[in-house]
Design a protein around this ligand. Sequence first.
Ligand SMILES: Nc1ncnc2c1ncn2[C@@H]1O[C@H](COP(=O)(O)OP(=O)(O)OP(=O)(O)O)[C@@H](O)[C@H]1O
Length: 270
Amino acid sequence: MIRFENVSKVYTRGARPALEDVSVDVQRGEFVFLVGASGSGKSTFLSLVLREHRPTRGGIYVAGRDVARLSAWRVPKLRRELGVVFQDFRLLQNKTVYENVAFALKVIGKPRTAVRDTVPEILDMVGLTGKEKRLPTELSGGEQQRAAIARAIVNRPQILLADEPTGNLDPTTSLGIMRLLDRINSTGTTVVMATHDDEIVNEMRRRVVELSDGVVVRDEASGVYGERESILPDLGRSAVLDTPPGNVRRLTAIPRPGQQRARAFTRGEA
Ligand SMILES: Nc1ncnc2c1ncn2[C@@H]1O[C@H](COP(=O)(O)OP(=O)(O)OP(=O)(O)O)[C@@H](O)[C@H]1O
């Protein structure tokens, strides 16, 4: 679904590469955490998938397209296959929750009837039924992120990219957002999430790709956040080192792969 073949990205001639000889293959339906210290290249990886930038060297294939060579007029179509969520939500501040989500459908020319049918369905899925008329300023951080996720998935993208989606949220709210991303993933959406949240990574035990100075230094099928001094947040360090991986208290409610995931969906939990 996403393939990087020996990808390097140099933003400024003579500067250190933001990514160097990166080869990563993400299969359809996978959930992948991108981890690494600040400046290690996580956002650059995501921006190359989105074709916000082109690689300096190497090949990038996203949903069957050769992204590095894609002509500019085809980029919007690529982006329709991709949903994106960010740490700072990026909702339109003068539009309600409903309008923010509806807008994503209107800009791609969906008929009014499709908008009327789809938006309430998606808002229900993310747990925002009853809050349709609120402006972003009238929502909690977690609710804003749910609205942003609703907007990102309303077109049913094949891939969801998330750049530190829990970075502005407290642990309990982060848990709810991770459950939601997990549910979205279990419907078949491929999820790639850049994060500094060690507890979430340790609990979910999904594939972990670690970058260090633009280089992939680890790619594990069912990994933990990692114990490299450089990437551990100060406050999280003792928790990770003192607690066996997979036994982090606050996230135990997230179902393990293959366990209860379908049930969580049918119950409509967020
Ligand atoms: N648009 C840009 N122009 C020039 N250099 C950039 C640009 N974007 C990123 N960089 C540089 O590329 C390197 C990788 O940055 P990137 O933002 O991808 O790291 P990151 O792992 O996402 O960091 P963080 O965790 O802080 O978000 C850094 O050295 C950064 O300064």
